[in-house]
Design a protein around this ligand. Structure first.
Ligand SMILES: [Zn+2]
Length: 485
């Protein structure tokens, strides 16, 4: 009788405790169970290193069997506190996300909370998976201002998607190129919502978007490291090389190689005006105190002045302020540094860091706010292009900026060039044997960008060279033209 009672008590006890299980079989999932304590309604886990990962930041998994009548404790084991989320994200449906704070206890950060359901998703931040791009593609389907193409194929065979936003009813000739990249660091999922918000703005009927589409072709690659985004990797500092330290030649990753080639190709057609790479810092407390900031390779001179003008445009559209930090030169070749060094005529190239936790206005970042933030950046780009006259330093020759289009041409070509100070300018055309076949005096021109129409009515089909010279005969710019009559 006595034993029967004990056995009954044991059965009752084991029945009242739920059986906690986890699931990591879905896209972007990442977690390894270390221990489950059903009686304490708690679970201890850690982030798993994927592919060449050296940090374990990303986790995303589903827990079932939580006892919803009492607090559930999730313990996240860490290797460095720096990599832990300041706020843990959870959801019941992978759509609506909430966040809670935790406390460091021993080798883990513990997040204790009462959940209203027995199945809960947990993540280091708001997850953003690769297949979400398919939702965007469906959403933009039929929108005349959006075209989507594959710019590269990843090492694991996934397409790297390029979204192009412009008004197709206006000739691309003379438009500026704007480039925006996201997820060079796969763990930085929040920065992906910023890019999505920007894309939604670019596809929208907003008058500033409408204006921007008439003036520019905006190229957006929302996810660079598609494999790590899909398999739930951290990516940052991964082996053999970090995606955002791989821009110096020769590049290792397919996406970096192919996107570099694509940027160079667009540059041959449209002057690149702005380049933005979207990032988040590490998700720990210390980094989030910086909230919103920018890295730029140059923090003096013309590009710096332009960047401050852009910051003002963002402030005027969103009411909050970006801090600025120079890129640490020892960190290797980042995308924005590569673009900055390749294209001297660009207004600025910048890496934008969006914080994980607190906004400058005191609000906590949510998916809604990240999307809105992307819209603010879009409006800022539009305003910048509408109002900016790029500052050009008096001693700076923008040697790389000359462009002829169309090229090949059949009767006349536009030769577009920038000069950095006042010159008496002439345009000379030479044939393939180096004989001067045409000369035009363009007069005294102030610093700025010019578009000169060259008429080839008197010339026969063939290859020609042009040079733009000052009054002493010094060549400011030169290039090749192909005439096909
Ligand atoms: Zn980053």
């Amino acid at each position: 009788m006595k034993y029967t009672l004990i056995i009954l008590l044991l059965i009752t006890a084991s029945v009242s405790y739920a059986q906690i299980t986890i699931d990591t079989s879905f896209e972007g999932a990442n977690a390894r169970i270390l221990s489950i304590d059903n009686s304490a309604n708690s679970l201890k886990m850690e982030s798993v290193l994927k592919r060449g990962d050296i940090h374990n930041v990303v986790f995303y998994f589903k827990v079932s069997g939580i006892d919803s009548t009492r607090a559930f404790k999730l313990k996240v084991k860490y290797t460095q506190q720096y990599y832990l989320p300041a706020l843990l994200a959870y959801s019941y449906d992978k759509i609506t996300w909430y966040r809670i704070s935790g406390a460091i206890v021993g080798d883990s950060k513990e997040f204790t909370n009462l959940y209203s359901r027995r199945t809960v998703y947990f993540s280091h931040g708001y997850p953003y998976v690769y297949s979400r791009l398919n939702d965007l593609i469906s959403q933009y389907s039929g929108n005349p201002f959006v075209t989507v193409s594959n710019v590269s194929t990843s090492e694991l065979g996934r397409a790297v998607k390029l979204f192009k936003f412009t008004n197709p009813n206006i000739n691309d000739t003379g438009k500026f190129a704007v480039w925006v990249l996201g997820r060079n660091h796969a763990m930085e999922t929040h920065s992906n919502y910023v890019v999505e918000g920007l894309m939604n703005f670019l596809a929208s009927a907003d008058p500033k978007a409408d204006y921007l589409r008439t003036k520019a072709i905006v190229h957006v690659i929302p996810i660079m490291d598609v494999d790590m985004a899909a398999i739930g990797g951290t990516g940052k500092d991964q082996n053999p090389i970090d995606f955002n330290r791989d821009w110096d030649s020769p590049s290792y990753w397919n996406a970096v190689k192919d996107v570099k080639a694509k940027i160079l190709q667009t540059y041959s057609q449209n002057r690149i005006k702005l380049f933005i790479d979207s990032h988040d810092p590490f998700p720990s407390n210390a980094d989030t105190t910086m909230r919103l900031f920018m890295y730029s390779y140059t923090d003096t001179g013309r590009k710096s002045v332009n960047l401050n003008t852009f910051r003002n445009k963002l402030f005027n559209n969103g009411g909050y302020w970006f801090g600025r930090y120079p890129i640490y030169p020892t960190a290797g070749q980042t995308s924005s540094r590569w673009v900055d060094s390749m294209f001297k005529s660009i207004d600025f190239a910048v890496s934008i860091e969006t914080g994980w936790v607190t906004r400058t206005d005191g609000n906590t970042w949510t998916i809604y706010f990240y999307l809105k933030h992307g819209e603010v950046i879009g409006k800022g780009i539009s305003d910048y292009i509408a109002q900016s006259t790029p500052v050009i330093e008096s001693n700076e020759i923008v040697k790389d900026f000359v462009n002829a289009y169309p090229n090949p041409f059949n009767s006349s070509a536009n030769i577009k060039f920038s000069i950095s100070k006042r010159y008496v300018v002439s345009l000379k055309i030479f044939d393939a044997l180096g004989r001067e076949v045409s000369r035009e005096e363009l007069g005294t021109l102030n610093a700025g960008t010019y578009n000169h129409k060259f008429n080839a009515a008197n010339l026969t089909s063939g290859i020609y060279f042009y040079s733009i010279n000052d009054k002493n005969g010094t060549t400011l710019h030169k290039g090749k033209l192909v005439l096909l009559k």
